[in-house]
Design a protein around this ligand. Structure first.
Ligand SMILES: NC(=O)c1ccc[n+]([C@@H]2O[C@H](COP(=O)([O-])OP(=O)(O)OC[C@H]3O[C@@H](n4cnc5c(N)ncnc54)[C@H](O)[C@@H]3O)[C@@H](O)[C@H]2O)c1
Length: 253
């Protein structure tokens, strides 16, 4: 797929993996809509890359609909990268005997899983009216899961369930959207150095890096962005979940 003269939506595009992807997509010639619940940061990134910011919660039908309409003003919407996500760590039953909050479990599922699906369904419906390219393709979608979808650690029930849902829906959605010429892939990142790790001192980050098989360091957001753009543009990548983790396999804690 050619990115030039097309539009792209990146959710969570104001920070970390989404920001790196928005920047690379723009460098590759796409007009990027930066969708994020943080309006100010989304604006800063969009201004920097000559794109448009749409402050939106990915779980909100109307706000994501507005993001899709904005993308269509910039060009045919051919790419969606879902990076918006939240974390949560709590044991199913805590050391003090209290059960995991149901509201927090539901919130993580709502943002990471339901929000991802909300963006996919609305963007794909818009992509369906694109002219097919010479391969018959109308668009491509990349989602973000996590190695926690497979190697969930202690305290990750909600997060792993949400990311496991993203992994699980990749194939059926790719099958649904094949009829309209849209490919769907999912990246399962390992430990990537985003603002998520900002609270950690440099030595702690280095120590965490040594738990990676090779190379023994945290991954870079730019490495995620390169893979996302590869999956969007490679015509034969479809229905796949790709771990991008330096070979790490997470232990129980
Ligand atoms: N960094 C890692 O090591 C790592 C590893 C595996 C998976 N991931 C996943 O990658 C994705 C991006 O993570 P990151 O490290 O770049 O984090 P980040 O916190 O830097 O960026 C996430 C962005 O999503 C936005 N966001 C959160 N909830 C939203 C909502 N409801 N609607 C719209 N925007 C919302 C935030 O405002 C933020 O800008 C997440 O889904 C995360 O679970 C990250």
């Amino acid at each position: 797929m050619i990115l030039e003269n097309t539009s792209a939506i990146v959710t969570g595009g104001a920070s970390g993996l989404g920001e790196a992807t928005a920047r690379l997509l723009s460098k590759e010639g796409a007009s990027v809509v930066v969708v994020d619940r943080s309006a100010e940061k989304a604006d800063a990134v969009a201004t920097d890359i000559g794109g448009r910011a749409v402050p939106a919660d990915v779980t909100d039908e109307e706000e994501v609909g507005q993001a899709v309409r904005t993308a269509l003003e910039l060009g045919p919407l051919r790419s969606l990268v879902n990076c918006a996500g939240i974390g949560w760590a709590q044991r199913t039953v805590g050391r003090d005997g209290s059960p995991h909050g149901l509201d927090t479990f539901q919130k993580v599922i709502a943002v990471n899983l339901v929000g991802t699906f909300n963006c996919i369904r609305l963007a794909a419906a818009a992509m369906a009216s694109n002219d097919p390219d010479e391969q018959g393709e109308r668009g491509a979608i990349v989602n973000t899961a996590s190695v926690a979808a497979i190697d969930g650690q202690i305290g990750q029930a909600a997060y792993s369930a949400s990311k496991g849902g993203v992994v699980g829906m990749t194939l059926p959605i790719a099958r649904d959207l094949a009829a309209i010429g849209i490919r769907v892939s999912t990246i399962a990142p390992g430990l990537i150095d985003t603002p998520l790790f900002d609270s950690l001192p440099e030595e702690a980050k280095t120590a965490l890096g040594t738990s990676v098989l090779f190379p023994q360091r945290l991954g870079q957001p730019s490495e995620y962005a390169e893979l996302a753009v590869f999956l969007l543009t490679h015509p034969y990548m479809n229905a796949e979940v790709v771990r991008m983790d330096g070979g790490i396999r997470m232990p129980p804690k």
